[in-house]
Design a protein around this ligand. Structure first.
Ligand SMILES: O=C(O)CCC(=O)C(=O)O
Ligand SMILES: [Mn+2]
Length: 255
């Protein structure tokens, strides 16, 4: 991950890796390092450079936050945890329709959904009944560096996207503590991410999330509607058989 004084990928490699930075250009790239105020990590990528109204909720976006080695280490930790807590297919409350993503969790609490119990957090895996595996240290470090929140995360939701999977527009609001940020990391194939405002009908904009990118929904963007419109197969070599993994760190209870 980025640390103070350690430059991010140079502009050319970011462009070839993931579609380019347009809004803030090279200046943004050279400022993607820790030790700088978080506001300086806010970028847009993959969309037309356009003036945004001052009221538009903004997210904190750190492209190329994890190096390739860090992504591989995280993947290794994830593979080990999957033996203990295998991926499961959540279902929609009421209708029981399966999600197109498969999921698992790290940490004391895990998020899930099924027809019977709806959206919720619980301390155990729905199939094995065992506690979720501990959160790898690298995720706690990401939370501290990006989240800037005094209490640790309690849940890391792991979403596994096959090439055809998507996630509809939604808010993350099953947490009691809405003051804490939601911090997310992307691994594997690029995704087209969509984000709007706090109302479902607010205008949205889309940009690409690439392997190693980090993002936080915090403050005024904490309750922004967001979703994943599509995955671009073959855009990353991190996962041998393709697909995308998103890890979402959340504080659930009030500290
Ligand atoms: O995959 C992503 O980038 C977003 C995931 C998400 O919004 C969620 O799990 O609530
Ligand atoms: Mn979400």
């Amino acid at each position: 991950m980025r640390t103070a004084g350690r430059p991010t990928l140079d502009a050319a490699s970011r462009r070839s890796a993931c579609g380019g930075v347009r809004s803030n250009g090279d200046r943004a790239l050279t400022e993607t390092r820790f030790g700088l105020p978080l506001q300086r990590h806010i970028y847009e990528r993959g969309g037309a450079p356009a003036a945004k109204p001052a009221s538009e909720p903004r997210m904190k976006f750190s492209p190329g936050y994890l190096s390739r080695d860090e992504q591989s280490s995280l993947l290794e930790a994830l593979r080990a945890a999957l033996v203990e807590a295998p991926l499961f297919t959540p279902t929609m409350p009421r209708t029981g329709k399966p999600f197109s993503v498969r999921m698992t969790n790290f940490g004391p609490l895990g998020w899930l959904s099924d027809q019977e119990g709806g959206y919720r957090y619980q301390a155990t895996h729905p199939t094995t009944g065992r506690p979720w595996p501990a959160m790898p240290d690298i995720l706690l470090r990401v939370w501290n560096e990006i989240g800037g929140y005094p209490a640790p995360p309690e849940a890391c939701l792991v979403n596994w996207y096959e090439p055809t999977a998507r996630m509809g527009l939604h808010q993350d609001r099953d947490e009691q503590d809405l003051a804490a940020p939601v911090v997310s990391l992307s691994l594997g194939d690029t995704a087209l991410f969509r984000i709007g405002g706090a109302k479902r009908t607010d205008p949205t904009r889309s940009f690409r999330l690439c392997s190693g990118d980090a993002m936080a929904l915090a403050a005024e963007s904490r309750l922004s509607f967001h979703g994943v419109d599509r995955i671009y197969p073959g855009t990353s070599t991190l996962l041998a058989s393709g697909g995308r993994i998103n890890l979402t760190l959340r504080r659930v209870t009030k500290p």
